[in-house]
Design a protein. Structure first.
Length: 328
């Protein structure tokens, strides 16, 4: 099988994804998670059919135009493909504000040019002028917050996060794609207990999910376990303590796996502390966000603890140049 892309004929061996074939041929393509979640790598098939599995999660209108996810596309025949049209995928926004939440985390608030329908806990793909694109989870809640909020951690080698920390200023235009992701609150079964586990800036979507549930009169207990190696990584501690005072059924548990925990903190990784507190998760709804190895391991452990797979929600994805970096 061959791929025609940017005027080149590229071989695609049996069992290889379209994305892997393009990378092997030194083609410049944007990608991030490589597992069909973030949609950063989306391309368009101009000739040839793509398997249905490579269009899961893409809007129906874009499917009809031939858009697909090359990272999970195992082609069944030759394809002629092209990069997406910006007008099909991208919206425009402006930066409202940026502030420091911790030594390594920035809060970025943007306003879309037109109203955006999204659910708390989903994510957007932010793109700067040179085309660099990265996925960031929303911390805002549509019916509570006037703008879109992100918590962005700066990591060594993180091109987008460093640019946001150092160069982005209020009034600056940005482009975005989405919203994407299936990790969000639905107001069904309001009596069901919710367990939210995250580390690092995996807290961002969990705050949105928790606030959405609580303000939607969810009356089951809502437990949020936030983990970091260091105290500085527990970056919205006071806000979550205040939320706990406002809603008696909300329980916030900060966890430290590196520093000795001060009063009010628990020792250990967030997922280990949470599963130690609740070894039986039968009939619970679970939300997992953060570093993918934690999310993947916690999914399995929650299932073994009795949670139904349909009740375990997660959108793990990893930036390509940071997969081997140590995490807080």
């Amino acid at each position: 099988m061959t791929l025609r892309f940017n005027g080149a004929e590229i071989p695609c061996p049996q069992g290889s994804t379209v994305l892997d074939a393009l990378i092997e041929a030194d083609q410049s393509v944007e990608y991030s998670c490589k597992n069909g979640i973030c949609q950063t790598c989306v391309l368009r098939a101009d000739r040839g059919a793509v398997p249905a599995e490579s269009q899961v999660g893409i809007k129906d209108t874009l499917k009809a135009l031939g858009y697909f996810l090359p990272c999970v596309c195992l082609p069944e025949g030759s394809l002629e493909i092209s990069v997406p049209e910006d007008a099909d995928l991208l919206g425009r926004a402006r930066v409202v504000s940026k502030e420091t939440l911790s030594p390594s985390v920035s809060r970025l608030v943007i306003e879309p040019a037109t109203p955006l329908y999204y659910r708390a806990g989903q994510f957007l793909n932010l793109r700067r002028d040179d085309g660099l694109t990265r996925s960031y989870s929303l911390a805002s809640v549509p019916h509570l917050d006037p703008h879109l909020e992100f918590h962005i951690k700066t990591l060594p080698g993180g091109e987008m996060s460093t640019w946001i920390r150092d160069d982005v200023s209020p009034g600056q235009p940005l482009e975005f794609g989405g919203p994407n992701g299936a990790c969000f609150y639905l107001p069904e079964h309001p009596e069901q207990n919710l367990l939210l586990i995250g580390n690092g800036t995996g807290l961002a979507p969990l705050i949105g999910i928790a606030r959405d549930a609580l303000h939607s009169s969810h009356h089951g207990d809502v437990y949020l376990y936030h983990g970091s190696r260091h105290v500085a990584g527990i970056y919205l501690h006071e806000d979550l303590l205040e939320l706990q005072t406002l809603f008696p059924n909300f329980h916030y548990v900060p966890c430290l796996s590196g520093d000795a925990p001060p009063q009010g903190y628990r020792a250990g990784r967030a997922e280990a502390v949470a599963l130690g507190d609740f070894p039986d998760l039968t009939n619970w709804r679970i939300y997992l966000c953060g570093y993918p190895p934690m999310v993947n391991a916690a999914q399995r452990k929650c299932y073994l603890a009795g949670a139904r797979m349909d009740d375990i929600h997660a959108d793990p994805f990893e930036l390509k140049e940071l997969r081997s970096s140590p995490r807080d």
